[in-house]
Design a protein around this ligand. Sequence first.
Ligand SMILES: [Zn+2]
Ligand SMILES: [Zn+2]
Length: 394
Amino acid sequence: MMSEHSTRLYERARAMQLQIRDWRRAIHQHPELGFQEQQTAQLVAENLRAWGLHVQTGVGKTGVVGSLGNGTPAIGIRADMDALPIQEANQTAYASQVPGVTHACGHDAHTAMALGAAKLWSELPNRPAGTLRFLFQPSEERMDAEGKGGARRMIEAGALDGLSAILALHVNSSLPPGRVMVAPGYATAFGDYYEATILGAGGHDAFPHHAVDPIYLAAQIVNAIHGICSRRIDPLQPALVSVGTFHGGESGNIIPHSVKITGTIRGLKDEVREQLAQELERALGIARTLGGDYQLMIKRGVPSTVNDPQLVEIFCQSVTEMLGLDALAPVQPGLYAEDFSYMTRQVPGMFAMLGVQIGDEVRPFHSSTFDLDESALPIGSALLVDTACRLLQR
Ligand SMILES: [Zn+2]
Ligand SMILES: [Zn+2]
């Protein structure tokens, strides 16, 4: 019974293939950076209204929320709309027309797939009781002046209120079309940023004993930082502390006053996140032991995404009944971050990856050559609606 439902939905989605592709291309040609998604939001809102959805615009600055249905429960489907400050290198007919800006993370595809899902839902005969709410969020990639990204702004605007679950798909350019990657538990990492200043006392290089050399201090500290994950964190827990910049000194014969290092901290568990912050503080403490001092600033980024096991199970039923048992690919974990995580900490959520690789081409995320196989887009639309229908009927 459900299987038939899945198959019919997939057929309907495939019949919309060109339309979904055209939305993606229109958005791709006119990419907009985070919190500037005016044209994209307009395209989304106009379509949703035409299909009879109740639409709110300006949600969380430039977000759009469209809902359609009949009472509770309410299931959310989230897509992000923002592009990246990268010059596109591809020469396709639909390449970005905005210099220095392109959709290199596939958010154009996410928006087009969610539009496809909204249209499928609006045209679905015998819709189950309940409501689908489509959340088109701004700025997944960057934070505003107050340090908040699009997901947090949408939550603050009440876009998640009353939802019993929320679903999101992210395209994956190293997984073939027709394949999907998902697992219960952690789906994406937390990501924090730190800046440390190691303070010494400068002087003439011939009299190091009269100075406190911050380069010497910082060299010990960098070693200690690189020892945190191997010596201080449970080896079965993913964790990472990187030193991305190291700056100090102006001249070969002068001991400088200070050295500045910056880097990132990533991992999965909240406890590991706290421990990494403490261990970083301890590593910097070496500066004091050796006669100097330090200042540390940790800027908290997004938390990790936690997939609800029940939602994953229902989504996997939808995947296998629509695409076959082989469609579920083994998960390739990575410590990248996603601000959908904030939403999964408000209501039960699920974040899955949808294969969009073009043949065997290598087109990494956030690169100037990123592109995707558009034939996978209807799969995403159909899976979102099918999973939501199953959730409404559970
Ligand atoms: Zn991205
Ligand atoms: Zn992304």
